[in-house]
Design a protein around this ligand. Structure first.
Ligand code: MG
Length: 264
């Protein structure tokens, strides 16, 4: 069942969203050669707790980290580790979730570490643009299929793969609510979007084919062909006035070296 949020609920969710974005921004600052993904995890957890929030992912289904940190061919759910040292030329997808005041904010961004190849940067930029195109579809009267189709069309027109096995989701007092928000689909199909729905839109796009599998650690999802993947996510409220990105902040553009504007 989809849980609709009041305007007051959505206002409260902005606080959780902003904290989640602040955590992601902090993670981005640390995505330089030589940092371990555990260091990123600890910094993010510290920031979230400093602001009286909880890292939503920690312990979720037994997940050990406060962030997901997925390097190169890892698509999502990478486990932070002291043995994973970021290298020049890597891309790393960081996913942060913060729970504050009983609400969850969930967002992700793929950061470039040092000097990244144009080919991999192109993947990141396309994925970010997929997210942007999808958010533009998050208006009352559209359907979930319009969101999925927007991602799929933009990715496939540019020659990239769209991961099918992992999807976005409703967000509220818990991280994963209904509905499923797929990154593929057909316009005009699926659940109709209505004011009060809050969803995490999170395209996962690959340089090669989209087939993937989970590593023996039970969490980390990697591409079968070993090609890199990118992942961008925002928590978005659907209102009568259009989409409102809850995982935003008022500090202006951030991490401008990470491939373009910081508006998402
Ligand atoms: Mg999510």
């Amino acid at each position: 069942m989809i849980k609709f949020k009041s305007l007051e609920d959505i206002e409260q969710m902005k606080a959780a969203g902003e904290l989640s974005k602040a955590a992601l921004r902090r993670a981005g600052e640390l995505c330089v050669p030589g940092t371990t993904t555990l260091e990123i995890d600890q910094a993010v957890e510290g920031l979230i707790r400093l602001h009286h929030g909880q890292p939503t992912f920690k312990g979720y289904g037994g997940f050990p980290g406060s962030v997901c940190s997925s390097v190169n061919e890892q698509i999502v759910h990478g486990i932070p580790s002291s043995t994973v040292v970021l290298q020049d030329g890597d891309i790393v997808s960081i996913d942060t979730g913060a729970t504050l005041g009983g609400w969850v904010g969930d967002n992700a961004w793929t950061f470039c570490v040092g000097k990244v190849s144009d080919e991999w940067k192109g993947l990141c930029e396309c994925t970010r643009d997929c997210l942007k195109a999808a958010i533009e579809q998050a208006v009352p009267g559209n359907r979930l299929g319009d969101i999925g189709a927007a991602v799929q069309e933009h990715a496939e027109e540019n020659g990239y793969g769209v991961v099918r096995d992992y999807v976005g989701h409703g967000v509220g007092r818990v991280m994963h609510e209904e509905p499923e928000v797929r990154n593929y689909g057909r316009h005009g199909r699926g659940v109709r979007l209505r004011p009060g729905m809050v969803i995490a839109i999170e395209p996962m796009i690959t340089l090669g084919t989209y087939d993937c599998h989970v590593l023996p650690n039970g969490w980390t999802v990697v591409t079968n062909d070993g090609q890199p993947a990118a992942h961008y996510e925002n928590t978005v409220a659907i209102t009568k006035d259009g989409p409102v990105i809850l995982t935003s902040d008022h500090l202006g553009p951030w991490c401008p070296m990470q491939g373009g504007d910081g508006e998402l």
